[in-house]
Design a protein around this ligand. Sequence first.
Ligand SMILES: *Cc1c(COP(=O)(O)O)cnc(C)c1O
Length: 420
Amino acid sequence: MSDLFLPDGLTRTDGTLYVESVPLTQVAQQFDTPCYVYSAAAIRNAYREFVEAFAGLDPLICYAVKANGNLSILRLLSQLGSGFDIVSGGELSRVLVAGGDAGKVVFSGVGKSAAEMAQALQAGVHCFNVESAAELHRLSQVASRLGLRAPVSLRVNPDVDAGTHPYIATGLKESKFGVAYADAFALYEEAARLPGLDVTGIDCHIGSQITDLAPFIAALEKTLDLARRLRTSGIPLRHLDLGGGVGIRYRDETPIVLADYARAIAERLQGSGLRLLLEPGRRIIGNAGLLLTRVEYLKTSSDHRFAIVDAAMNDLIRPSLYEAWHEIIPVIERPEASAPLDVVGPVCETGDILARGRHLSVSAGDLLAILSAGAYGASMGSNYNARPRPPEILVDGHTAHLIRRRESVEDLYRNEWPLA
Ligand SMILES: *Cc1c(COP(=O)(O)O)cnc(C)c1O
């Protein structure tokens, strides 16, 4: 067993787990379980870590909204100066409602609709990260129709192996994302001729939860090389966007040191005249949130032991979807148990497993904290099994703010009616 790692914002005082100055027992009492709990200080610290590490490069940091798009979290980041990476018109609306600056928004994604393009053009986004020839043409048409020019970057697929889970690797040749490296140059020439477009940048995003610097450097060198060739051919770019994907510690991973990443980029970007853009999601919010849950039942089947908790795969799908590992610890400290158990939810799926083989000593009624659940937790939540989604709480110092209320069952069928 690796020694326990407590993410920023979490402490254990007199045996009780706290988020900043608020005990999780109090959060459970006030808001019930399951619920998501975030630390505002941890979010600020993670964002500032980027700002400080990259200070010499003056990058535009575009937080990836899909990691966690809660309005209060977007507002907090926007107040710190963050831009945003969006993948839908819905995410753009969230950013704008939260007070985000459209001029600091990059729009990624393989399937942008004409309506989403028009929405983003009218809002005045910083750049469209375009992923195919067909999308370039549609974007040029939509922009021309509106009498506007769309700032574009091509998402180039550098064909590097990020060494991450196949479902979150996006930079390989066979991936649906980006344009093939070999095709990119010709596509840039085409983009430069289209009337509704203003070619401004180049981008890539090679995957997620990457803990090795090498694939980032390989991707940077390939995109930079292309940018230089484009400049020579009369298509000068203004920015280079290296995407997100910087991994975090869930268990015993050794995350990339941001200062090392910044140094590797600075050395190569120097003199290129290109402004750096980054799209971190998980690295900013992943370790700033946890899912608080209560044990409903203990159960033994033949000799397999289960703790059945009130959170489930609909609240946090990462373990089911990616076999992701989340640390789970009791809110009130207990000695470690000798026999392992699986932590499972009430959803009617064998795959509804939050963790396997944990040495947790638990009783029915105990509170558990599922750590590092701030990214791709609440944002991937669903209502499967007619389960209302949990509330979200943002702790800031001594205060626990409710930032999303628990859904009601009526919310779930608000848009339905039994046919007469
Ligand atoms: C998901 C995504 C990100 C953020 O990835 P993280 O691993 O959370 O940093 C950034 N850019 C694009 C295009 C994405 O799809």
